[in-house]
Design a protein around this ligand. Structure first.
Ligand code: FRU
Length: 490
């Protein structure tokens, strides 16, 4: 690959597929991720976007409608999916699952009180209300159900984090999610590390002309806990990441069900594990760094991976860990809500990350990252000039990030406009609104952003600005793309 003057060349990745069980983990290298800085305009003025427009989500206006009539905070969301990650409607209804929290909590306090809630609306309606036309259905699980899996019931907080919902024959649903217990002291410090687990619960969905409801979800199958071998656990690092299961079938391995999830490389926090391969520089690259240099700067505290597991039974309650399919050692600490998207025979791994979780010496925006290969385990090629950046929030990398609750005065007002993007059929991308604005004038979100669309073609992912108005589609638009077939007897 040619390099941008002043920057290293990205690492060469073959896209070659390996057996899903093989001991091969693709690397998102520092040489790759530094292509983001290479495409950022060093002269972009305060509050301007420094990133290429074709990779940037259009700016979301501040006057957004609220999809729950201000009943709950809404963030990470997904619809019903099948084994191909298609999105069926159920008896003429679109159904969405969202992390929700009570509006009496501050928006930034939502994470330790998240519950799975659901919304529904009629499918295939031409003119919807501006807020997306959703009805809030309430919580999915019976009270107390998701807390029951924890042997140590002395938790201070217990919460339900992201996942995905699969629909099976008739009206059977299996929800894959992250069950989390926190053990905190009154002052907020940890009495012992938090305990995130990948859990499945089975229920039933029903609908009539008035709406959608669900039953079941009492039994919770505690399926996977980080093993400390492939996936970092709480003994190795109390701040480990282990969550966000997404299941699918791979046409290349019929009859098997796989799961991708967010993890970290299994090392003790602070261990100097980053190698030349994690850095990924070509021999003699004048802009190369050495592992010692980057670890002396602290980059080895950021060691994200994307995990893979395979189901051992038809009920999808038993799983075996496989080696991670991607690592980001000394690059970034979080590769969240990973998903596999198959198009034109290519396998895209999409994941989201934050500007604030990049390793020392690497910078990049909030947004979607993409990696393309020939199978679910591949020597993945990071999309877009070798960088991995698929869809950025408008950002100015010349100025500090600030935070969603205290945006920086010189940042683009859209830097925290959206997060937790999920790529849907036809390249539609949904996300939730976090903060829109800069330090002197910002509003917090807690509802879904306008849906946008990306064109996915080989190793290029670009924003479709002909979609909606200037690239912004409808608010909170999570459409279905076919009708689930239900036997007449159901
Ligand atoms: C993404 C995320 C997920 C997690 C949830 C917790 O926005 O960090 O990884 O499941 O939010 O609120």
């Amino acid at each position: 690959e040619d390099s941008v003057p002043g920057f290293p060349a990205p690492t060469v990745h073959t896209q070659e597929a390996y057996d899903p069980a093989a001991d091969f983990t693709a690397k998102w290298t520092r040489a790759d991720a530094r292509q983001i800085a290479a495409m950022s305009d060093p002269d972009a003025a305060p509050r301007a976007n420094s990133l290429p427009e074709e990779f940037t989500m259009p700016t979301v206006p501040q006057d957004f409608p609220d999809m729950s009539n201000e009943e709950v905070w809404v963030w990470d969301s997904w619809t019903l999916t099948d084994e191909n990650a298609d999105q069926p409607s159920f008896k003429g209804w679109d159904v969405v699952f969202s992390l929700v929290a009570d509006r009496s909590l501050g928006f930034d306090d939502r994470h330790t009180s998240a519950r799975l809630g659901y919304f529904f609306r009629k499918s295939d309606v031409a003119d919807r209300p501006v807020d997306g036309g959703w009805t809030y259905g309430g919580l999915v699980f019976p009270d107390g159900a998701s807390g029951a899996i924890f042997e140590d019931q002395s938790f201070s907080h217990q919460t339900e984090w992201s996942g995905s919902t699969r629909i099976f024959d008739g009206n059977k649903l299996r929800i894959f999610y992250t069950g989390v217990a926190f053990y905190r002291n009154a002052d907020g410090t940890d009495r012992k590390p938090y305990d995130p687990r990948i859990v499945q619960s089975e229920g039933r969905i029903f609908a009539d002309e008035n709406g959608v409801w669900m039953t079941g979800f009492r039994d919770q199958h505690d399926m996977l806990q980080a093993d400390g071998t492939y996936y970092q656990d709480g003994a190795q690092n109390p701040f480990f990441n282990f969550r966000d299961p997404f299941t699918f079938e791979d046409p290349a391995h019929p009859g098997k069900t796989y799961m991708v999830f967010e993890g970290n490389t299994a090392a003790v926090r602070g261990e100097r594990i980053c190698t030349e391969e994690d850095l990924g520089y070509a021999e003699g690259d004048p802009h190369a760094e050495t592992p010692d240099e980057v670890m002396d700067a602290g980059a080895h505290f950021q060691i994200a991976n994307v995990g893979l597991a395979v189901a051992d039974n038809a009920a999808l309650t038993e799983w075996t860990f496989l080696p991670p399919i991607l690592s980001a050692n000394c690059v970034n600490d979080q590769t969240e809500r990973p998903q596999i998207f198959i198009k034109d025979g290519k396998y895209y791994l999409f994941t989201i990350t934050h500007r604030g979780t990049y390793a020392a010496g690497i910078d990049g925006p909030e947004g979607v990252y993409g990696f393309v290969g020939s199978g679910i385990r591949s020597d993945f090629q990071p999309v877009n000039r070798g960088s991995g950046l698929a869809l950025a929030s408008p950002s100015n990398l010349n100025f500090p990030a600030g935070t969603p609750f205290a945006p920086h005065v010189d940042q683009h007002p859209g830097q925290f406009q959206a997060y937790s993007h999920y790529v849907m059929p036809d390249g539609l991308v949904q996300s939730f609104i976090d903060t829109i604005g800069t330090s002197d004038d910002f509003v917090r979100g807690g509802t879904l952003a306008p849906t946008v669309r990306v064109d996915i073609d080989g190793d290029s992912v670009t924003v479709d600005r002909t979609y909606g108005v200037g690239g912004l589609g409808e608010w909170a638009d999570i459409p279905t793309n076919y009708a689930h077939s239900i036997p007449a007897s159901a």
